[in-house]
Design a protein around this ligand. Sequence first.
Ligand code: DGL
Length: 299
Amino acid sequence: MTAETSALPANLPIGVFDSGVGGLTVLRALRQALPAEDFLYLGDTARLPYGTKSGSTVARYALQTTRVLVDIGVKMLVVACNTASSVAMPGLCAAYPGLPCTGVIEPGAAAACGCAPRGRIAVIATGGTVRGAAYQGAILRRRPEATICSRPAQLFVSLAEEGWTDGQIVTDIARRYLDPLMAEFPEGGPDCLVLGCTHFPVLARAIQAVLPEGVRLIDSAETTARWVAEELAARGLLRPGSDLPGAAGAAGATPGPGTVPTKGTVRFFATDDPERFAKVGEIFLGESIRPADVSLVDL
Ligand code: DGL
């Protein structure tokens, strides 16, 4: 444990950010794994998409969003955006050396390697993530013999933000992206397909439907949540009650005095249109979000 980390109180929230609502798929897994923890979630909706922007711009945005969360007070940062995870981690670690911090690419790569008996791994992500080849690096460090083919699938971000998760248009776009990607692999296709963007899991059913049989979908959310739980435990930063798996309670409920919290709170922030964030965000979070619980922030 670093000197700075030991000064962080365990009752601070965990900070999570993404370019928009996609990172709510990670928040959902985090809340399931760590029901007693409080969270701050920031969606940089004013500047979405990140995936079409240059690495230096996204790295700058990531520092700005993190600054907001750190100023409020967080004990750990989760970069719930693959595009930002692929370019911003060194800058974030340098700016906040005492703050435990994880992205989603390393956990996603670890999960993919565990589901690839033949070492054949396909990746779809934003243009920025594919350009930066961060998944290749993270996978090859674990499985140097792996065959990895990647493709940008940026339109999936727009579909997901629009709340269009099924239907003919989604199927047609999925085929257009995935048929050529599958054809890059030898007979039988890949072992798994990494959903290398936190917006993509809400399209999982439509994506799975156009894949050859047996190709497993990898969503880094659950692995990330496990990593966060382990990291907090290792640093003695778990909130009391976090070790009670399956603890239930209403979202946002405040525990009574002297009781162990069983369900932490979430405060949401968006850089544009909080109402839209609440409406579309529900699909990703899997629980309702009241517009009144989403605050507008200016970076
Ligand atoms: N959800 C983000 C990711 O995981 C970014 C999508 C975008 O803003 O282009 O990469």
